[in-house]
Design a binder for this molecule. Sequence first.
Ligand SMILES: [Fe+2]
Length: 201
Amino acid sequence: MYNSSLFQLPAAFDGTKNSLDEIALHFIYLMHLKSIRLYEHSVRVSNHAGAIAMRMKLPSSEVTLIRYAGLLHDIGLLMMPNSVLGKSPYLTTREMQLFKKHPDLGANMMETIPACQDMIPYIRFHHERWDGSGYPKHLKNVNIPLGARIVAVADYYDSNIHSASDFWGKTKSEAIRRIFSCSGILFDPEVIHAFVEVLDH
Ligand SMILES: [Fe+2]
């Protein structure tokens, strides 16, 4: 289940299945061109997010949508200058302001694509935090769409394990401890609970 192909979709999507496949392949190819690190991060986040959604027993169509959202969550980074992308996490205040635009930029990139409409909120709000300390809208608790809450946990975990800086890179157990300590503060406790169960199996 955990490492299954991103493109083995359940039948639930039917009408939009092919176009979502094609769109995802197109964007993931662009991300690969932009940065191998970004591409690999996106694939891992997709796998983690899909596994959490399955553990939470969400409908299969929603699991699929969340896997795609995990894959494309950072698509707005395509519009970041390489000088900013390569410097993360050591960004100046001005660079950080630019970086924080990527959820909105990514969501905006999807606005004209009919097959992507349902995942736009998951892209736009994947940096929101349970306590309202995230961005871009400072949404709180269940006001953050569930798909975005799931992608946020998967993203945070992978960013801890595979940090752009060796200094910040954590072992798996350190990352689990850290993410568990953020339960109910930065992240939805139910999502954290499901993710810890996923990692235990
Ligand atoms: Fe992001």
